[in-house]
Design a protein around this ligand. Structure first.
Ligand SMILES: Nc1nc2c(ncn2[C@@H]2O[C@H](COP(=O)(O)OP(=O)(O)O)[C@@H](O)[C@H]2O)c(=O)[nH]1
Ligand SMILES: [Mg+2]
Length: 262
């Protein structure tokens, strides 16, 4: 059914949703880089969380150096709703999410981290909230109620969230939470840049959408290692914050767009 593998020679050849006639409502997109110890268990947990619903899951391997890709491909027999995309070279978490959303067939996208820190059992609740919300709600973001990371990481994240929220007025207390649910169509209207996944709430608001937030669980990372350091994140966030402030300042709203005689 889904057994297509595209040889990607350029970004422009990233596969788009292949079959619009298939009726899949929810696409769970998981970016993975060197997550061999967690990826397949996570895929099983996602399948269990969405059992009985119309869903697919797309794991996007971002040129892992370990066995992540091999193990995911081997799991396809056991998990028929699993699709596995792979990047020819490492391009980062935001690009991996984007590749997954481009390839997705569902109109509702769920993203969560590939290391198992976001328990999938929360995801259907966020999907329900988005489905019940009016069309102007573009995203339902998870908020890690009891974050299971080191004190240093929690405190860096607290300050980063405060500063970002103040400067961007994006109403998000925890943009770093990997669990987010959004409308595919809304996401595709947003500008892409490396690390944009941390700015989805601000970018949604810029496009005229509203966001909702719900508390979710969080687990310790049990295998593999974090790909981000506090210092690395800080360096990237200076230019990203300025960039998103610029994007906001250069956006204009057309009000209600109507077509005469339609
Ligand atoms: N595709 C891709 N995913 C990445 C990359 N770096 C991190 N990730 C994924 O993004 C998620 C969050 O990364 P993680 O290292 O756990 O960040 P932390 O939880 O903030 O320490 C995990 O699913 C990672 O596998 C990358 O370069 N490419
Ligand atoms: Mg993590």
């Amino acid at each position: 059914m889904l057994g297509y593998i595209h040889a990607m020679t350029s970004i422009a050849s990233t596969p788009l949703s292949p079959d619009p006639t298939d009726e899949i409502l929810i696409s769970v997109v998981v970016p993975v880089h060197d997550e061999a110890g967690a990826a397949v268990t996570l895929a099983r947990d996602i399948a269990a969380a969405f059992e009985g619903q119309s869903f697919e899951m797309i794991f996007v391997d971002d040129a892992s150096r370990d066995d992540t890709l091999k193990r995911l491909r081997a799991a396809k027999d056991e998990l028929p709703m699993l699709r596995v995309l792979s990047h020819g070279q490492n391009a980062g978490q935001s690009r991996a999410v984007r590749s997954g959303v481009l390839a997705a067939r569902g109109s509702i996208i769920v993203t969560l981290d590939g290391d198992g820190q976001n328990p999938p059992h929360d995801a259907p609740r966020l999907v329900q909230a988005l489905r019940a919300a009016p069309a102007e709600v573009g995203l339902v973001g998870g908020r890690r109620a009891k974050r299971q990371d080191s004190a240093a990481k929690r405190s860096a994240s607290l300050w980063a969230n405060r500063i970002r929220k103040r400067l961007l007025q994006d109403d998000a207390d925890d943009t770093g939470c990997g669990l987010k649910v959004f409308r595919r169509e809304a996401f595709l209207r947003l500008p892409y840049f490396d690390h944009m996944h941390r700015y989805l709430p601000a970018l949604m608001i810029r496009e005229g959408y509203r966001n909702l937030y719900m508390d979710v669980d969080h687990r310790h990372r049990e295998t593999g290692r974090s790909k981000y350091t506090n210092w690395g994140r800080l360096k990237a966030s200076f230019s990203d914050l300025l960039g998103v402030m610029w994007l906001k300042s250069r956006s204009r709203s057309p009000g209600k767009v109507e077509e005469y005689g339609a």
